[in-house]
Write a protein that binds this ligand. Structure first.
Ligand code: T3D
Length: 264
């Protein structure tokens, strides 16, 4: 395992595990962690040995959003330009997660607040410990939800629930988040990492070219018409049908044996 001070990164069995690692601050983002996290996701794009990503947090929290110690108004000076910090840090990382054509599993091990919650919602499959909660903490400090939160909450939950969560900053427990379809499932705390690791390993051993295309299609569906989506499915299926994984999958089925996918 290689370690940077703020994000731990380990590659095994095709799974790149990124662990946010500022546990004393509930893994809130300082500039170093922003850069290290983005570097990790960029590696997932660039390194063919990475076939799935598992994101989690060290210690008792998943991520408490921006480090507010770095925003202390008592230190004086002009008000910070938070539009610039979103443009510089959160937005590029969010775009990298969404455009990564490999599965991203998120294991929410504890509280996920502010941008921390919304980064989790940007991942493809989210598991959370039953004790974990999601908080749109922005309303408590006079900000608006960011890191894609207004987009993912409104799309997934509809306006009534999205607005209530964002305007009240009321914590949403993991089981309710799963009931509402905001995450995939809530699991016993003790089982979280075992289950998330098994899922990430199984995805990484799967036909990852096809899985990446599937991710792309489902994301495109949000803005496509049915006609556009049917065309997109045709094009992706054409590409998937020419893959080594498709040939292997069908051969393995006919030979009644497990498939050995290569992601090609
Ligand atoms: O600024 C920009 O670039 C714009 C982008 C903004 C994106 C954002 O995410 S804004 C939202 C920022 N986040 C928050 O407002 C959440 C702040 N944290 C909390 O409300 C609470 O800590 C939690 C509800 C998340 C957890 O509560 P609890 O009681 O379980 O833990 P705690 O005691 O509050 O926190 C434990 C420690 O972590 C504590 O440090 P200490 O006292 O033990 O030395 C606390 O100060 C620290 N901590 C928690 N969150 C942050 C933090 N330190 C700095 N920044 C944090 N966000």
């Amino acid at each position: 395992m290689t370690a940077s001070p703020t994000v731990l990164s380990a590659l095994a069995d095709g799974v790149l595990t990124l662990t946010l690692n500022r546990p004393d601050k509930l893994n809130s983002f300082n500039e170093d962690m922003h850069l290290a996290f983005r570097e990790g996701i960029q590696r997932a794009h660039d390194d063919p040995a990475v076939r799935a990503v598992l994101l989690t947090g060290a210690g008792r929290g998943f991520c408490a959003g921006q480090d507010l110690g770095d925003r202390d108004p008592r230190k004086g000076g002009p008000a910070p330009d938070l539009g610039r910090t979103l443009e510089t840090f959160y937005n590029p990382t969010l775009r990298l997660i969404r455009s990564l054509e490999k599965p991203v599993v998120c294991a929410v091990n504890g509280v996920a607040a502010g941008a921390g919650a919304n980064i989790a919602f940007a991942c493809d499959i989210v598991l959370a410990a039953k004790s974990a909660k999601f908080i749109q903490a922005f309303a408590r400090i006079g900000l608006v939800p960011d890191a894609g939160g207004t987009w993912s909450l409104a799309r997934t939950l509809g306006e009534p629930r999205a607005k209530a969560l964002a305007l009240t900053a009321e914590p949403l427990m993991a089981e309710k988040a799963a009931d509402w379809g905001l995450i995939w499932k809530a699991v016993e705390d003790a089982d979280l990492m075992t289950e998330a690791e098994a899922l990430a390993r199984s995805l990484a051993a799967g036909p990852t070219l096809g899985l990446g295309l599937t991710k792309r299609l489902i994301q495109q569906a949000a803005t496509n018409s049915l006609d556009q989506q049917l065309d997109a499915e045709r094009d992706c299926q054409q590409q998937a049908g020419r893959s080594a994984d498709y040939a292997e999958g069908v051969t393995a089925f006919l030979e009644k044996r497990p498939a050995r996918f290569s992601g090609k």
